[in-house]
Write a protein that binds this ligand. Structure first.
Ligand SMILES: [Fe+2]
Ligand SMILES: [Fe+2]
Length: 271
């Protein structure tokens, strides 16, 4: 079984951060911030879902893993809130987007089946696992501002540590490949389209887009290059759609182990 360590971090975020966290890449920067803004709503919803699932778990050890999964997710969104506070005052309309998202997640908890909510959770977890693997292979995050880079790297390594939990809980409590796939794809669309809308709003609010970054023409050119880079993740995502996909088959490499150890060292508390 993979170690799932709950690390309490104390990242030294600056009081105000330039939201263009990847120099020269405003579109990718704002998408990263969009993801960060999603997490304080998504991750509490995952924790609520797991709390409900806990009552139905049969497999030995899975309840303990579920508790550690929720322990990690609880730390993730708290740190993302701190990070988001470094830039959110620049964008007045963020609460509008956030209220809609929170209403969706509350509605899912209140009106959807546990099976739906668990399949949604695995849709997110499969995507972050694919994303984390690609990020490890490419090492591109090193261009990011160190405050954002450390936050995302810590988050991704812990996503890899608990990559099997939502998958196992779904299979233990309800199961079913076609349903998991259908809801998982819906989940990825639901999260992705929110991130794209929020990112577009922030991007269009930034006057530098016209003044420094070449307006619409500059944007088109950078987006073309970003799409080209982004294509590398597609095969990894497609693998998660296979009926034979299991996150258990993905090894936790030596490089990942080293990064996990570095964050364990840096943690103010861990369990
Ligand atoms: Fe997380
Ligand atoms: Fe996760």
């Amino acid at each position: 079984m993979q170690d799932i360590t709950i690390r309490h971090m104390d990242f030294g975020f600056p009081e105000e951060l330039d939201p263009i966290v990847i120099p020269g890449q405003p579109e990718e920067s704002y998408r990263a911030l969009g993801l960060s803004l999603l997490l304080p709503f998504l991750e509490p919803y995952l924790i609520r879902t797991m709390k409900e699932a806990r009552k139905h778990i049969q497999a030995p050890d899975l309840a303990a893993e579920l508790a550690r999964f929720s322990g990690q997710e609880g730390q993730h969104y708290k740190q993302h809130i701190r990070f988001n506070d470094t830039f959110r005052s620049r964008f007045d309309r963020l609460p509008e987007f956030e209220e809609k998202l929170e209403a969706d997640y509350q509605r899912f908890t209140e009106t959807k089946s546990l099976r739906f909510n668990l399949a949604y959770a695995e849709g997110f977890e499969a995507l972050t696992t694919a994303f984390a693997w690609t990020a490890f292979e490419e090492g591109r995050d090193s261009e990011m501002h160190p405050a954002a880079r450390d936050l995302f790297a810590w988050h991704l390594i812990e996503e890899l540590e608990h990559r099997t939990v939502a998958f196992d809980v779904y299979n233990d409590v309800c199961g079913g490949y076609a349903y998991r796939l259908a809801v998982g794809v819906f989940a990825q669309w639901h999260m992705g389209s929110w991130i794209v809308r929020v990112a577009r709003y922030m991007l269009e609010s930034d006057p530098r887009m016209r003044e420094e970054f070449g307006g619409a023409a500059g944007r088109r050119e950078r987006e073309r290059a970003a799409r080209k880079r982004g294509r590398r993740i597609i095969p990894r995502i497609l693998k998660t759609y296979s009926p034979w996909y299991t996150p258990h088959a993905l090894p936790f490499t030596e490089e990942m182990r080293q990064m996990a150890a570095t964050f364990s060292e840096a943690a103010v508390r861990r369990s």
